[in-house]
Design a protein around this ligand. Structure first.
Ligand code: HAM
Length: 425
């Protein structure tokens, strides 16, 4: 037997109802805030992610599914949606629209990570990006929208909003901080794990994210980015928090919240829970003001986030009644006995379905008893039996499954009669 690939999962009909619920809620919230859907390819040129996410990140260094296609071009399965969405924004000149241009997308992402609970190699994100505006009110609106999504899913109370400002490369506050941090870490390298020592040289901010207990004392004493912010970044962060307060969005400042992608500046945020073990972030995002230009577009600022759908679904209680994802209970089960009746019943079924009934046809050529048993197992309220004799007389037998009561109906009136039996299924 061929099994699915490690870290990749099927979403079975029993779970699909929850997925649909999350997606419906997301579309509803995003659209209310003015976001339009964009659908993007699953693979892009490798260079897009190397440039966009950052050469020094774990994602680009170790986690991408990269391959040469038959013409020798290097392609990569998207590890996230932001880079591809910005590529489309630039390529199609979407920046001429009124700003901020607000877009959302959803679908699978691919990262070669070590699979564990809540961490997969194929996973799904709901992603939004707001492009072309750098007002702090937009930062607050984006975070408010994220919280609103979880409020509608009944999960807001189980999550914490963590925010931080990463400063800005352009205004020199982050370079100054980075230099300070590297100097601090280098003098304490003997008390850091190998990965931290490596990151000190390649991607020092990520050192703060290390989960190795032995590194904690050094990291806890490290300089904090917040103390280095320039005046503009300080104001932007203060304003963002003020607008969040005005929108009644409870949040905490996490001075050590650094993200795994290099493009962030200023506001970053995560939605975290204590209920999912080590993989505690259900969503993350932030501002990336230099990225569109870096990818060859106009100098537009931007901000966005992505929600990890698997992690959200895990938090949702099992739905009592599946909302449309599972096989639906048929109202009518049609049982033609013999070929001529089968042709006639297929046409009848199409007509009934077009009028809103859930209809199944027993086309298996089984005996009447077996077909009635199947109609019962599927939960049909009525079975319709048409044998050769009935067909000749232009009639059908309508059987109420619960009582067993039968009556004869003219074939020409069958659809109306069935529709009258109890409205729509
Ligand atoms: P990210 O933090 O890498 O950000 O991913 C966002 C969310 O996707 C995470 O909080 C988590 O819930 C989920 N996620 C990430 N990796 C996995 C995995 N291996 N298995 C299951 N879930 C996972 C981004 O991807 C940015 N593009 C977000 C963004 C949009 N920033 C600005 N705009």
């Amino acid at each position: 037997m061929i099994r699915s690939v490690r870290g990749v999962h099927d979403i079975l009909p029993t779970e699909a109802a929850k997925w649909q619920r999350v997606e419906r809620a997301a579309r509803g919230v995003f659209e209310a805030y003015g976001y339009a859907e964009i659908r993007l390819p699953l693979f892009e040129r490798t260079e897009l992610f190397a440039r966009g996410i950052g050469e020094a990140t774990d994602i680009v260094q170790k986690e991408m599914y990269t391959f040469d296609d038959r013409s020798g071009e290097s392609l990569t399965l998207r590890p996230e949606a932001t880079a591809g969405l910005l590529r489309a924004y630039i390529e199609h000149g979407l920046h001429v629209q009124p700003k901020p241009v607000k877009l959302y997308t959803l679908g699978p992402m691919f990262r070669y990570e070590r699979p564990q609970a809540g961490r997969y190699r194929q996973f799904h994100q709901l992603d939004i990006e707001a492009l072309g505006d750098d007002h702090a009110a937009l930062d607050a609106e984006v975070i408010t929208m994220l919280v609103e999504l979880f409020r509608r899913l009944g999960l807001a109370d189980r999550l914490e909003v963590e925010v931080n400002s990463l400063g800005d490369e352009a205004s020199a506050c982050r370079p100054r901080y980075r230099a300070e941090l590297v100097a601090y870490l280098r003098t304490r390298a003997d008390r850091l794990c190998e990965e931290c020592r490596e990151r000190t040289e390649k991607n020092p901010l990520r050192v703060l994210d290390c989960k190795t207990p032995g590194c904690r004392p050094v990291l806890d004493g490290a300089p904090v980015l917040g103390d280095f912010l320039c005046a503009d970044c300080t104001t932007h962060f203060a304003k963002t928090r003020e607008y969040l307060d005005a929108s009644s969005v409870r949040h905490v400042v996490s001075p050590r919240l650094v993200r795994g992608l290099d493009y962030y500046v200023r506001t970053t945020f995560e939605l975290t829970t204590t209920e999912l073990g080590a993989q505690n972030a259900v969503a993350g995002g932030g501002r990336y003001d230099g990225l569109i230009k870096l990818l060859g577009g106009p100098p537009d600022p931007g901000i966005g986030f992505a929600v990890g759908v698997e992690r959200v679904v895990q938090l949702l209680p099992d739905a009592g009644s599946p909302a449309g994802a599972e096989r639906r209970t048929p109202r009518v089960f049609l049982i033609p006995l013999g070929e001529p009746a089968l042709g006639r019943m297929l046409a009848t079924a199409t007509g009934l379905r077009a009028r809103g009934l859930v209809v199944e046809v027993g086309y298996g050529g089984r005996k009447l008893g077996r077909e009635l048993e199947r109609a019962g197992r599927l939960g049909a309220s009525h079975a319709v039996i048409v044998g050769e004799a009935e067909l000749e007389r232009g009639e059908a037998i309508v059987k109420e499954m619960a009582s067993g009561a039968q009556r004869v109906v003219k074939l020409g009136e069958l659809a109306e009669q069935l529709l009258a039996l109890g409205g729509r299924a």
